[in-house]
Design a binder for this molecule. Sequence first.
Ligand SMILES: *[C@@H]1O[C@H](CO)[C@@H](O)[C@H](O)[C@H]1NC(C)=O
Length: 680
Amino acid sequence: MWFTGLGLAVFGAVLGMLFQFRPQVILVSALFLQLLAYMLGRLFEVIIPGPGSRLHTGNWFWNFMNPGPFNLKEHVAAQIMANTAATAAQACFVFASDDLFYGITVNPGNAIFTLLASQLIGYGFAGLFRAFLVYPTVMLYPQNLIYVNLFDVLHRSKGEMLQGKRLRFFWLVTLAIFVYEWFPEYIAPLLGSFNIVCLCARNSDWVSYIFGGAEANEGMGLLGFGVDWANITSAPFYTPLSTQISNYVGWAVNYFLLPAIFATNVWHSQNFPFISQNLFFENGSIYDQSLILNPDQSLNKTAYEIYGQPWQSGSTVIYNLGINMSIGACIVHIALWYGQDIWTAFMDYVHRRPIDDHHYKRMAVYKEVPMWWYGAVTLGAFITAMVCAYTEKSGLPWWALIVGLIIAALCLPFYGAMWAIAAFTPVISNMFQMLASALIPGSSQANMYFELYSSQTLVQAASMLGDLKLGQYTKLPPRTTFSVQIAGTVVGALLNYVIMQDVVSNERSILLSDEGTRVWSGQQVQSYNANAILWGALGKEIYGPKGPYFVVPLGIVIGLALPFIPWLLYKKTKWEWLKLVNMSVLSYNIGDLAGGTNGYINTWMAIGLTSHFYIRKYRAGWFRKYNYLFGAAVDGGAQIFVFIFSFALAGAGGVTVNFPNWALNPVGNADYCKVTDQEG
Ligand SMILES: *[C@@H]1O[C@H](CO)[C@@H](O)[C@H](O)[C@H]1NC(C)=O
């Protein structure tokens, strides 16, 4: 378990960080890691001469190394370790931004302790809330059902015909996708962004904006039927129907709202690209933030008067508005529909009443992790954070760190419940950036650190909660879950740091450019930085009541009102479909197409609806046996491909080899849509 888990933690952490610098950010699939863990585990079972191996010698050392067959619980533990490490640590964005945009290099010692502190604080919080965010049945964690399904295929009824068939199905699909992926990603990019409208109208800016979807920031990809599994991922196979439907309605809003904003020139949108994460002068040149910042990165008021405020693409403003609305909506949606359940679970816990969940009941044989373990992790991480905040000149005062953590703890019940029930989490970082700009105005550095310790804490807490639930489903002892999570986090944080340093120094000019390439993109770190400046140095000027983007922070308030609409309607009419309307998911997606490559969006919808609407309902048997496996195979095939491809041909290993241009790999945008002047 330890060998397998640590080995894959290393692998996952490297891959997870690399993906953050690709145009279409995808997360290292837990399913993929789960399979690799199985293969490695079985391999060790056979080749290490312990009791489970044919090479068995009875030697105490080998018995210690290989105490028996690789079982389901070892597998779960190894997978949790690997999966934890595979999530990119947010502190790396702080350091990447500092390096790329501010010329600040944080020394490695400080960087590593900051990384660890910011990754671990959330775990303590998760422990405090586990009684009602993990134990009850209503906290389902839909993603976990896929993992559990695959664990089951791999470990139960070994040797039976049916199991063999499912395994064969899985490997065939994985192999097919691995072979296929060379086409949309390398040989014939048109396949990954096929759009009939682009092919017919190659010379229109507007067609590019609305239908284009081959390159990052090209357009919204309407009617695109690109099939690139690296973009589609396994998400349509596990996302619950209500989340999917709300998501699609949100996407539909993009197609009307974003062009409307651009066409009517709201916020001077036409001066800037239709889609871009950069900041601009009002005349459309890229904003040079160094002109308005003092050497300590605070706002220089005189220079600001001269150069004027930075502007954003209209689509980006809508994207940020949607994010804020979804935060407000998340809290109210959970309170309205699930408040009663959560409260009951909490009171049951307080009064030590038995919890009615059959998985939970069967966990009683294991020792629970004592509260003080979680307390100790939180306290240790908190002290480290406090010390680092001062030694690396983050500009974050002690009280702000405490305020950030307290607010994060207050948000966790809603945030965690949304994750557990809808497989969706709002992007809460915006809210914390706004708070930071109110609390510590004028410093983008302090803003980044405040956001790091508040929003990353929530993200980590949610991941811990999900794994605790996975442990509950598979009967993994809670203390084991706790230890492997911590181990995975530490290994992951260190490797994330190394990879981030490597990419930032080798691909510097691409990361700083507007469009990037099909392979590398600075989109994540650019928009991260743009946000930090906007909120940090200029929060009051731009987002305050007198600023042009005041509607963005107001989004949180608007969001608070939205969930009442379906809820009140439901109270009145009792129409069941109203339960499917998740306003938090819907409003999050109203500007979601303002970035990334979107040529696969419609394919995603088609797959998601086929899987969760048609197959689930009318082919229930097939769904149970193959739906989740198919998702796992998609991630498996596509991610093995991306890993090999990145290093072999796409520049991660230092060399870039381009495929020659031909009909399906044209010069310019791969879908033949016009390269708009503003795009480059
Ligand atoms: C736009 O305005 C900025 C700041 O006033 C100036 O530095 C830049 O040269 C201008 N760009 C163009 C193309 O006029």
